[in-house]
Design a protein around this ligand. Structure first.
Ligand code: GAP
Length: 487
């Protein structure tokens, strides 16, 4: 098992060095909270999203009951827009409630999240917490809505105001009726969506952990109210198992149930799946995914208008005239259940994951350092990304040992044939040791080398990234050899 030598500095440096992740607009000095995914990063993130989509949607079997599930269920996908009708955010509660509390320092003009003052740094030197220098003058905490505002059309006036979505979920709720009436799904069923979300975070930090533009992988699961607690338990466990199946060690993960004071405005139960990210002190965990029991809050809000909690009840919030403060669509979003001949508003269980946080967790988990002998048997330190083969950006690299004796031609032929199945990489530059180490840092599970023996017996060496062991494999068997190991 690997020792924990992973630090954020090492992860950020590797991401830059190998072309996983760059700061957005870097040539202009960068822009806080925005990150670009380079050639390897885009493949890694796509593989994570694809693994999620396959697990949720394309791999889902509607004819059987998955282990631990209360029953079989339907599952479909959706891709809704980033900008939606502004009433969506009024009825959903985001316009009134989606804010962070911040404090400003009147002296140095820095802004801090109110809940992070005790872990933030004042920009003055020597390094201290905000408020600890004699010159510091902190304001009282104030509210800041973190939705990005924009304007639709040519006129910049309040009528044209719109927002970049802060979550993909609302596009799913507003399409509930469309999907119900066109897809032949029956409750219980889920709608999965992957897409960009935007939050004007006061203090984006910790690399891609908290950014202002990020991708979510959210699934809204619509179920009968009386079985919603069972579905909530099912999705919590299933989502933890997904991370473990792709390589996160269970001792680095925890499932933490929120207390009533910590829950979002819509939630009647939330559990965070948390990971021991290396930027946190030993023993602390950070949110990777939230699994929420949202009750009937969302569908009712979009029917009746923005809801507020009164005791145990959700009621429509009214203005001074007794009218709904933010009216809903007025459309009937309830469900008629043929089997029980009953009508109800389905409850929603939502596993909401971040593709960028998952990328960071898989990178941190995979990062390792060890020492391996070079061609002369001298131990050389190496950095290796022990990514799960399904997530590895490049699955196999193909090299000629030397650039002569027909080796490049044979290697290129192997590369071309493997490329029809997997993301393969060809490289003939530099010493073989350097080429191996470059692939180790990129997380490539296998390297194939064509050498002098290849022309004699039609075999090549296949080197395993994790053990560095090499095996001679007949060229004719390469595809089945890799298929067995890459899945
Ligand atoms: N629809 C529910 C919802 O959006 P959330 O806990 O606010 O819930 C879900 O977000 C997930 O989205 C988080 O667990 C995290 O993985 C990701 N996420 C949220 N804010 C983020 C940010 N500023 N940067 C990166 N990922 C973020």
């Amino acid at each position: 098992m690997k020792d924990d030598q992973t630090t954020m500095d090492k992860i950020v440096a590797l991401c830059k060095r190998r072309g996983f992740i760059f700061q957005s607009s870097e040539i202009y000095g960068g822009i806080g909270g925005f990150w670009d995914y380079g050639p390897l990063g885009v493949e890694l993130k796509r593989n994570i999203k694809e693994a999620w989509w396959r697990d949720m949607v394309t791999g889902h079997d509607i004819t059987s009951v998955p282990p631990g599930a209360p029953s079989s269920f339907d599952m479909v996908g959706l891709d809704s827009t980033i900008i939606m009708h502004p009433h969506v955010w009024k009825a959903s509660g985001h316009l009134d409630l989606f804010y962070d509390m911040f404090v400003d320092c009147k002296t140095c003009k820095a802004r801090f999240r109110a809940d992070q003052v005790s872990s933030s740094e004042c920009p003055r030197k020597p390094s201290r917490r905000p408020g600890e220098h004699t010159e510091c003058e902190l304001t009282e905490p104030r509210e800041f809505n973190t939705m990005f505002k924009t304007y639709v059309g040519a006129l910049i006036d309040p009528e044209a105001e719109a927002y970049l979505r802060p979550e993909t979920a609302q596009g799913t709720f507003t399409n509930f009726k469309n999907i119900l009436s066109t897809s032949r799904v029956k409750v219980p069923f889920g709608i999965a969506q992957i897409g960009k979300s935007f939050r004007n975070e006061i203090t984006p930090r910790n690399f891609i952990f908290r950014s202002r533009e990020f991708e979510q992988m959210e699934m809204e699961f619509f179920c009968p109210p009386d079985s919603s607690q069972d579905w909530y338990a099912y999705w919590r466990d299933r989502r933890v198992a997904w991370y473990v199946s792709l390589g996160l060690r269970s001792e680095k993960l925890q499932l933490r149930e929120h207390g009533p004071d910590e829950r979002a405005h819509y939630s009647c139960g939330t559990a965070d799946i948390e990971y021991a990210f290396p930027f946190l002190p030993e023993g602390e965990f950070g949110e990777l995914e939230g699994v929420s029991h949202r009750g009937d809050f969302d569908l009712r809000s979009h029917m009746e208008g923005k809801l507020v909690r009164e005791g145990d009840e959700l009621v429509v919030e009214t203005n001074e005239h007794g009218q709904p403060k933010y009216p809903g669509s007025g459309k009937d979003l309830s469900y008629f259940d043929d089997s029980t001949q009953s009508k109800y508003v389905p409850h929603v269980v939502e596993p909401a994951a971040g593709a960028d946080r998952a990328t960071l967790a898989f990178l941190c988990e995979a990062y390792d350092e060890d020492a391996i002998p070079d061609e002369k048997g001298v131990p050389q330190e190496r950095v290796v990304l022990r990514l799960h083969p399904r997530l590895a950006p490049v699955k196999v690299a193909v090299f000629p040992l030397v650039k002569k004796d027909g080796q490049p031609e044979t290697a290129a032929e192997i590369y071309r044939s493997l490329k029809t199945k997997w993301n393969a990489f060809y490289d003939e530059k530099g010493s073989i040791g350097k080429r191996y180490r470059r692939q180790d840092e990129s997380g490539t599970p296998f390297c194939i080398t064509v050498d002098h023996q290849t022309s004699e017996d039609e075999t090549v060496t296949v080197r395993d990234r994790d053990t560095t062991e090499q095996q001679r494999v007949p060229m004719a068997d390469l595809e089945s050899y890799l298929a067995e190991r890459l899945g």
